[in-house]
Unconditional design. Structure first.
Length: 241
């Protein structure tokens, strides 16, 4: 091989390598940087999942990886119901497999969104979250999203999965691993895979995600490395709308 041909080959390989780096960087955006404590806006959190404490409610557990990720960018304020008094504490809300809300609090949530509130609702029709608590225990994560008409009021329906499986989906521009995700349908802007619905509601916005298991990436395993990055990116986009 002549020097000229060898040089051309090396140059070609360098170009291919550079393109590969660009493609990888495009597919894998850098995680969002932490915010300083004074710059973290309030994020209300309403959930039946053991995100704040371990399943035994021990204070020594330090919370979940999902909570730790959220706390790098938000001041997380837990709430137990979507009442007007609780919703008045912030303008950004994460509802992760929430308990069934009484009718008056669903009305309050809808009014809060219409006046400019932003909510991300993780509504899992078949939760695979591992739990040591027996079935029927009120402290066990809810096995299905307890919809009492909220989705239909926002023009959505939620179909259950056909079976139990790990499926790669997209959230916040990230590829995330989900466990038995449902499929959303209706009049909102819905992703091609049916995982995410983006609904403009009055002056506010609701992002509905048909899976909650992705918050527990350790239980899912391979493919879940970017799950919490996807959550933070989706919340960041919702916050800025």
């Amino acid at each position: 091989m002549t020097r000229a041909r060898a040089g051309a080959l090396l140059a070609g390989l360098a170009i291919v390598a550079a393109i590969a780096v660009v493609v990888i960087r495009f597919r894998q955006p850098e995680p969002l940087p932490p915010r300083s404590a004074g710059d973290r806006p309030t994020l209300l959190l309403l959930t039946s999942l053991p995100l704040l404490f371990g399943e035994d409610f021990s204070l020594g557990g330090g919370g979940s990886p999902a909570l730790s990720a959220l706390q790098t960018r938000y001041r997380v304020v837990p709430i137990s119901v979507s009442s007007p008094e609780e919703l008045a504490k912030g303008r950004l809300l994460l509802m992760a497999q929430p308990m069934a809300q009484p009718p008056e609090d669903l009305v309050a949530l809808d009014e809060w969104v219409r006046k400019g509130g932003r909510v991300m609702l993780l509504a899992d029709p078949m939760l695979d979250w591992p739990s040591n608590r027996p079935l029927g225990d009120p402290l066990r994560p809810l096995p299905v999203f307890m919809d009492t008409g909220l989705l239909a009021h926002w023009g959505l329906s939620l179909d259950p999965p056909r079976g139990q499986e790990i499926a790669m989906r997209e959230l916040g521009g990230e590829q995330i691993a989900t466990s038995s995700p449902g499929t959303l349908r209706g009049g909102c802007e819905i992703s091609s895979d049916g995982l995410v619905a983006d609904c403009r509601i009055g002056k506010g916005e609701a992002i509905v995600v048909a899976d909650s298991d992705f918050l527990n990436g350790a239980a899912i395993g391979e493919g879940a490395e970017r799950n919490l990055d996807g959550l933070l990116r989706a919340l960041d986009a919702l916050e800025r709308k």
